[in-house]
Design a protein around this ligand. Sequence first.
Ligand SMILES: C[S@@+](CC[C@H](N)C(=O)[O-])C[C@H]1O[C@@H](n2cnc3c(N)ncnc32)[C@H](O)[C@@H]1O
Length: 318
Amino acid sequence: MKIYVWGTGCGAGDLLDTALLPEQVTAFVDEEGVLKHFLNRPVISPGELAQGDYDLILVTVRDADGVQRRCRELGIDENTLFFLKNDAVLMSRSRAWDAARAVLGDAYLDERRGQERLIRRPLWTERENLPEPELKGDYVRLKTLEMLCGEIEGIPGSAAELGVFRGGFAESINRLLPERKLYLFDSFEGFAAEEGAEKGAGFLQAHRNTVEEKVFARMPHPERIVLRKGFFPATAAELEEEKFALVSLDVDLEESTLAGLRFFLPRLSSGGYLLLHDYYSPNLPGVKRALRRYEEESGIRLHRFPVCDINGTLVISV
Ligand SMILES: C[S@@+](CC[C@H](N)C(=O)[O-])C[C@H]1O[C@@H](n2cnc3c(N)ncnc32)[C@H](O)[C@@H]1O
């Protein structure tokens, strides 16, 4: 069976770490064209996929609408599509159930179906009215960000994101806060080797799949961006006097999250917010551990506001 995996991001990494071997994959499919190989398998464009033979296309990107549109444009047979990173409505759009069951097994598919119970977007019928990032991304996360950006009006300090990846969330911060300086901290080469040692190869490689020039180019107000490339906290050198009104902390693993809390929380203005992404994610327990360690060592019990976005953000104020 010729199996293709659409996407070379976290969804693909997760699939390959848990349910599929790289040698089962004929190729990965990606529009971006950044990588030539992912987990030692070739990466091809959707156009190249359309020219070849395929039996099952496992879609691991969230923009399933876009994938379906692209398949229609290129004449790719939609009966071979199976959506893995989606919500209730999209899961039922998948047509290749039998092939997916044969390859991935019932247990894996049952687990994915359990996640359908999360309502990830507003009512599907309303979706045409949403702006592009909210339509394609995490609606609750982005709407919360928009409201918090309104709340920090008049609060002094810059904005920052630690853990930028391809800049999806950073772009929204920059658009919503056009007057604020926005620090972007990322290694742009994934996780520090010693910290990532416990994670699977797919997870690690997926996070290396970014280039800072592309991130910079997508920013609506690039004049406000200060890009700090490299491993945090070394990249925060000489920012000791800086104050922050809004911080997005999204580095997945325990030690880097703790380093972020240690740096940003003492510099968070009163009335400002820190968004700790993945706090409730069962796959990333180090985020919760890092916050617990920070509270223990500082003796501060923080003000916590849970958000029911996809991975469960914790909003923190001081
Ligand atoms: C989950 S991704 C960020 C996603 C992004 N916030 C978004 O919502 O689109 C995590 C990022 O953290 C970065 N990262 C992890 N540990 C880091 C560290 N110690 N220093 C710099 N970057 C780090 C990785 O390179 C990766 O790009």
